[in-house]
Design a binder for this molecule. Structure first.
Ligand code: 4AD
Ligand code: MG
Length: 430
């Protein structure tokens, strides 16, 4: 019977077949140890020379690291094994003998490993990270389904900018030009006016020339938008969403978190909810006290975010940023018009901004004025301003970056490990 390695313990005492790869092996002349993996888990296979046929022994001897192989044997309890079981091998069927594997036991530099990303992802740590990424994506979708949001996919070819004109990727579009989408938000504002609560989840693109541990040129963002939702309810929704995601990860991905040696204390803490909400002015004052040279009106750099988040054990919301440093669509607070009804969510442990959200301008005249101030072409935004012409309502939304979330949840040093194939300023391959 073919089974997944992850289910091996349930088949103790039985004869089973695994189809996978030999990710490592060692031999002592009379016994061979095969580290087998099949994408669902890992198990040690023991081949005792005296108990297998001469053909099986010879076949096992041909195996190399990462050779693909079909193995049959009997599952045996083994308290010293991480999964509690091992396989006493009876039969070995090599499928394809691998050439000398470029990734060895010695330490490799990160550039080498990123060049070998197509192979590196087979290592236990990378495999675990990708499984956690999958679980986060699923938990996000699950949350919005449970809350009655409708998935409306936003286009990737777009005629205009959303998040500023400086980091747009331009592409040829027949005889014209188009841009790769920086955000699906404007389209969500249209779909939410049709379906009340909508979200999209897809790749977005920014040609930011930032070589930081937080920036990719292609990343995945889940964006949500809801009508008649104000900025306070918007933060509440973000908090509920993160709590839902964290609880699911802590429940379903324990083994993977253990594999990557993630200290889960901060994740447990965050999964309680109750994230502090801090006004931008207060954040600036705090930062200045902590020795930052940030001034009123400035945006926070990565270092500022790190200093600030280190003061709290949970993620924090910073709201009411100055309008001047934020996107054109954010609604100014009528009580302090120099500040907008927005929020960033900063993750703890120095991870910084993971979510950006805001209440949107719902007044046509003000929106048109803001477009002008940002020197954005009126014609390209005609359909968007229409939304304020035909039954405008107060509405809010946000976007959560998947890679930054994965990086925080996994405790990664850099977002490049949080996505199967990272795209950065310096990398387009593999
Ligand atoms: O703060 P941003 O730019 O917000 C928007 O795009 C809004 N239109 C979202 C909305 O309200 N619908 O980006 C949102 C999130 C950031 O908080 C961050 O997590 C992630 O996207 N992000 C990046 N992740 C990786 N690499 C980059 N270059 C990123 N830029 C933003
Ligand atoms: Mg932002």
């Amino acid at each position: 019977m073919v089974i997944d390695i992850k289910n091996a313990a349930q088949h103790s005492g039985k004869e089973v077949e695994f189809r996978g790869w030999c990710h490592n092996l060692r031999s002592s002349g009379s016994i061979m140890f095969l580290q087998l993996r099949d994408g669902t888990g890992r198990i040690q296979g023991v081949v005792p020379k005296s108990e297998v046929s001469a053909e099986t022994w010879a076949a096992a001897q041909t195996l190399t690291i990462e050779s693909s192989v079909i193995v049959r044997g009997v599952i045996k309890d083994e308290i010293r094994a991480p999964s509690g079981v091992e396989l006493v091998v009876k039969d070995v069927q090599p499928v394809s003998i691998a050439a000398e594997y470029p990734i060895g036991k010695k330490e490799h530099g990160i550039d080498f490993l990123m060049d070998q990303r197509h192979l590196w992802m087979r290592s236990p740590r990378q495999e675990a990270i990708l499984r956690i990424r999958d679980e986060i994506s699923f938990a996000l979708r699950e949350f919005f389904k449970l809350r009655g949001f409708v998935l409306t996919d936003s286009p990737i070819f777009t005629p205009n900018a959303v998040e500023g004109t400086t980091d747009l990727f331009e592409v040829k579009y027949f005889d014209d030009k188009a841009y790769l989408s920086q955000s699906g938000q404007l389209y969500l504002e249209a779909t939410s006016a049709a379906l009340a609560k909508t979200y999209c989840f897809g790749p977005v693109f920014r040609s930011e020339k930032s070589k930081t541990r937080r920036h990719l040129t292609e990343f995945w963002m889940l964006e949500a938008e809801a009508v008649y939702m104000d900025w306070l309810e918007n933060m509440r929704l973000q908090e509920d969403m993160l709590v839902h995601v964290l609880r699911r990860i802590l429940r379903e991905r324990r083994d993977d978190l253990k594999t990557i040696e993630r200290n889960t204390a901060t994740l447990e803490k965050a999964s309680e909810g109750g994230f502090p909400r801090i006004h931008y002015n207060e954040a600036v004052a705090q930062l200045q006290k902590l020795g930052s040279d940030v001034k009123q009106g400035d945006d926070f750099g990565g270092d500022d975010e790190t200093i600030l988040t280190k003061q709290y054990e949970k993620p924090i919301f910073i709201h009411h940023y100055p309008a001047a440093i934020k996107a054109f669509y954010m609604k100014p607070d009528p009580n302090e018009p120099e500040h907008v009804l927005n929020n960033d969510l900063l993750a703890p442990e120095g991870y910084g901004e993971v979510i950006g959200g805001s209440q949107r301008i719902d007044d046509l005249a003000l929106l048109e004025k803001r477009l002008e101030e940002h020197k954005l072409p009126k014609e390209a935004f005609a359909w968007y301003t229409d939304l304020r012409r035909y039954g405008s309502v107060p509405h809010s939304g946000f976007g959560i970056g998947l890679e930054r979330t994965v990086a925080w949840v996994c405790g990664l040093e850099h977002v490049r490990e949080s996505i199967p194939f990272a795209r950065t300023l310096n990398r387009l391959t593999p």
